[in-house]
Design a protein around this ligand. Sequence first.
Ligand code: C2E
Ligand code: MG
Ligand code: MG
Ligand code: MG
Length: 285
Amino acid sequence: SAKSGGGGTYHFFTKTMNESAMARLVIENDLREALAQNQFELHYQPKLDLRTNRISGLEALIRWKQPGRGYISPMQFIPVAEETGLIGKIGEWVIGEVCRQIDEWNAQSVPPMPIAINLSPRQLIEGRITETISRILTDTGTPAARIILEITETVMMQDIKKSAAILDELRHLGLQIAVDDFGTGYSSLAYLKRLPINSIKIDRSFVRDVTIDTDDAAITRTIILMGHNLGLKVVAEGVETREQMAFLRESGCDEVQGFLVATPLPPDEIVKHIMRLSENAATEL
Ligand code: C2E
Ligand code: MG
Ligand code: MG
Ligand code: MG
């Protein structure tokens, strides 16, 4: 088949092949198979509340474990899933799996905390996302307040009226809304006023050099201040060093997420990690 050769590496994910229709078709078939064969998993990455030094929530991040190939990054297959429309089915699986996991953790008396789910543009705009989520929550008996939906700003800005209407429906269900990768799109903070959102996540690209680049420092501080003035919680993503965390704490950022706190981990490992962190939160970080 077209994916053979090269010592088992996934040739279609090289830049050039990724462009070709043939490659897309093969990935599309593989994604269908992945759904049918249950090859997707969710890993979870915590967010740390900078005021309490406690884990305040988790983000579910999809992983594709292809037999014999190991994990394939969502950066590689989510765009294909978007283009082919398979994101609808994959996204439904993610929501259902998060709800199942919440139920399992409840049964194990894991302290309850909100779990964030990433939604792709097409899921938000094209699907009947409110009906889908509402049905899954009802079927699984999951409280809506346990779910945060992460949506990138670009999709909201494309059709702000429509986005606002859909987000309103989702908020009425009791879900929380976060703007993901904030600062990378074209939105201004003034636009945020028109959207029913709860929090913004400052993109990793600003956080990376926040302690050495004065522009990134200024942008980050401004996002935090204006976010707070609009009544929003502000989260920073991609925090890898203590220095970055100290800067964010001094700047009034509410929560941080990143490898410094924890990498995304499978369900069992994240629970162990949270238990360890809650015992030594202040000292370890
Ligand atoms: P995102 O939602 O912005 O997620 C953050 C990404 O940054 C994750 O990559 C995470 O592993 C990575 N990350 C977290 N902390 C650090 C850090 O300190 N340093 C660095 N260098 N990276 C960090 P991942 O898991 O590969 O996901 C990539 C993107 O794929 C996500 O970006 C999200 O847009 C998308 N994605 C992931 N899971 C899903 C899903 O279930 N559905 C949809 N539609 N998209 C998803
Ligand atoms: Mg996210
Ligand atoms: Mg993000
Ligand atoms: Mg990001």
